[in-house]
Design a protein around this ligand. Structure first.
Ligand code: E4P
Length: 220
């Protein structure tokens, strides 16, 4: 499962990219406006830092508008992915863009049937929103499990990009389900690496190392 950062913040992206484990970036209009920068400039800058897929979302709500924006976004970088919402107009735009060889991430997916539609439209990714389903007392990870199972049975090539992940448990469950990618905020990405036993274990190793060294120095 590829690990994506769900952010448009360049500092966060640079920091995690240093780890060598960053599979890609997802953005959305909410995340982009927080950065107070020109959308195109920002996406191009992100695409220079990250070699994997970087999604940029259309904001038109009609098919023609989405197609216009999507075709433009697709020219910004080789690794840019056009993000379209899971609406009738979004599906029509996804079908047309996919036929033209443009990779589309169909976003705001909340059911297996919506995911099937995205796959039939030729989407490169479909993004089920785990956390937002949990917020309304549903099991978001169960949806990811179900979509992965159906896509496997049906032989769909569309990749499942688990989104709206709110904590490390979501990441583990989506990996167990067989999601192709998981996107998470910076805070959650940082939580993946942290363990108190790693910190205390390292501290102990270094203390032992230092006292052995100073013992050798005293004897010598
Ligand atoms: C996915 O591509 C979305 O940008 C994102 O995961 C939404 O997450 P949220 O529900 O935490 O806003």
């Amino acid at each position: 499962m590829l690990l994506f950062l769900d952010t448009a913040n360049l500092d966060e992206i640079r920091e995690i990219a240093e780890w060598g484990v960053l599979g890609g970036i997802t953005t959305n209009p909410t995340l982009v406006v927080k950065e107070h920068q020109d959308f195109k400039r920002l996406v191009k800058d992100i695409c220079k830092i990250v070699s994997g897929p970087v999604s940029a979302e259309v904001t038109a709500t009609d098919t023609e508008g989405m197609l216009k924006e999507g075709r433009d976004i697709a020219t910004w970088a080789d690794n840019v992915i056009v993000k379209c919402p899971l609406t009738p107009a979004g599906l029509a735009a996804t079908s047309a863009l996919s036929r033209d060889g443009i990779k589309v991430d169909v976003t705001l997916c909340f059911s297996v049937n919506q995911a099937i539609l995205a796959a039939r439209a030729g989407a490169y990714f479909v993004s089920p929103f785990v956390g937002r389903l949990d917020d309304i007392n549903e099991d978001g990870c169960a949806l990811v499990e179900h979509i992965v199972e159906v896509f496997h049975i049906q032989g769909y090539e569309t990749q499942v990009l688990a989104a709206s992940l709110r904590g490390p448990q979501h990441v583990t469950r989506c990996a167990t389900a067989g999601a192709h990618c998981a996107t998470m905020p910076y805070k959650v990405f940082k939580m993946l690496v942290s363990h108190p036993l790693t910190d205390s274990g390292l501290e102990r190793f270094l203390e032992d190392w230092k006292s052995a060294k100073s013992g050798v120095a005293a004897k010598g």
